[in-house]
Design a protein around this ligand. Structure first.
Ligand code: HEC
Ligand SMILES: [Cu+2]
Length: 321
């Protein structure tokens, strides 16, 4: 149970980003607070000065003072525009796709978080991560809208059915921090919590080896790629003319309708579930939809496999076993 003494004014700061967000927030509170108090002070002053019984001079002033009016408009304008710029900078920094990140898959469902590391290790309501390593979460929901919220890293992002959303963080302090679902998602929403456990890289490597033996997500994806029949069309020697998928991730794909799209996780997902919405230029729309035939876990695995086959030639892609 949380006691009064444990309630913190600010949650732990477990990343650099957390400090940046807090500094901005403190400045925002100070500035808006200063404006609020200044206006209140002037109001109270005039209330007292011109109260009914006071013998104050009540003739309306004749002069308008342009200089004062311009000053009190322009200075706050630039101050608050500056705050906006500062906030936007942090926001964009949080929104970019991080480089060299360790990826973790997150599936929200009523009422738990299912997480999977690329090595194949799975967790429920717990996320183990190494200290000092950028972690990218690729998230989706199996049912309703959830929201993956980790206050100690000041990040929060909706987790939506039928779509991938991402967020990233880099822990700078070992420890155990809370995970919440921050979007009301039904009866047990309040119980949809978990923990991030930040460990030293060595401890993390040891932790990954615990539990039962797992195949990597990419390997599982490769097996699915064959068992679901994708390779029947997408292999180099296939009878159907379909695009080769080596190096597809991160590339620019020209579509039949003239658009050029960036092949990210979202694009690959849509190609598999709703292929008719984006036909690759120069190919016939013969790919069947796999909607309803593939679980979110398996879809993640196939996409991870497609990402892993990079831009190298196909024969170099036999994963080490
Ligand atoms: C019947 C043959 C066929 C099967 C089976 C098939 N595809 Fe396709 N796929 C195609 C064709 C043809 C295209 C190009 C036209 C289009 O975009 O729909 C395509 C396009 C794609 C694209 C977009 C490629 C690009 O260059 O942007 C991806 C990704 C993809 N398929 C993945 C898969 C996966 C994963 C599976 C298995 C779950 C699969 N396909 C099964 C025929 C097939
Ligand atoms: Cu939820």
């Amino acid at each position: 149970m949380t006691t009064i003494a444990q309630i913190q004014f600010f949650p732990d700061q477990a990343s650099k980003m957390a400090g940046q967000v807090d500094t901005l927030l403190v400045w925002l509170i100070l500035l808006t607070g200063a404006v609020t108090f200044a206006i209140a002070a002037v109001m109270i002053f005039f209330l007292a000065k011109y109260r009914k019984r006071a013998a104050a001079d009540r003739t309306p002033p004749k002069a308008e003072n342009l200089a004062i009016e311009v000053t009190w408009s322009v200075i706050p304008f630039f101050i608050f525009l500056g705050l906006f710029g500062w906030g936007a900078k942090i926001y964009f920094n949080e929104s970019i796709d991080p480089k060299n990140a360790m990826e973790v898959h997150v599936v929200g469902k009523q009422w738990m978080w299912k997480l999977e590391h690329l090595q194949g290790k799975r967790e429920i309501n717990e996320l183990h991560v190494p200290l000092g390593q950028t972690v990218k979460l690729v998230m989706t929901s199996q049912d309703v809208i959830h929201c993956f919220f980790m206050p100690a890293f000041r990040i929060k992002e909706d987790v939506l059915p039928g779509r991938y959303t991402t967020q990233w963080f880099k822990a700078t302090k070992a420890g155990t921090y809370s995970i919440f679902c921050a979007q009301y998602c039904g009866t047990n929403h309040a119980l949809m919590t978990g923990q991030v456990i930040v460990m030293t890289p060595t401890d993390f490597a040891a932790w990954l080896k615990t539990g039962r033996e797992t195949v990597s997500v990419a390997q599982r994806g490769e097996q699915l790629f064959h068992s679901l029949g994708c390779s029947g069309c997408h292999a180099a020697q296939a009878a159907v003319r379909a695009p080769l998928l080596e190096g597809i991730y991160g590339s620019q794909v020209p579509l039949a309708d003239g658009r050029i799209v960036h092949a990210d996780e979202r694009y690959l997902r849509d190609c598999i579930l709703i292929p008719n919405t984006q036909i690759v230029a120069g190919f016939d729309p013969v790919m069947p939809s796999f909607q309803g035939r593939i679980s979110e876990d398996d879809l993640f695995a196939i996409i991870t496999y497609l990402k892993s086959i990079g831009s190298s030639p196909p024969e170099a892609n036999i994963p080490n076993r």
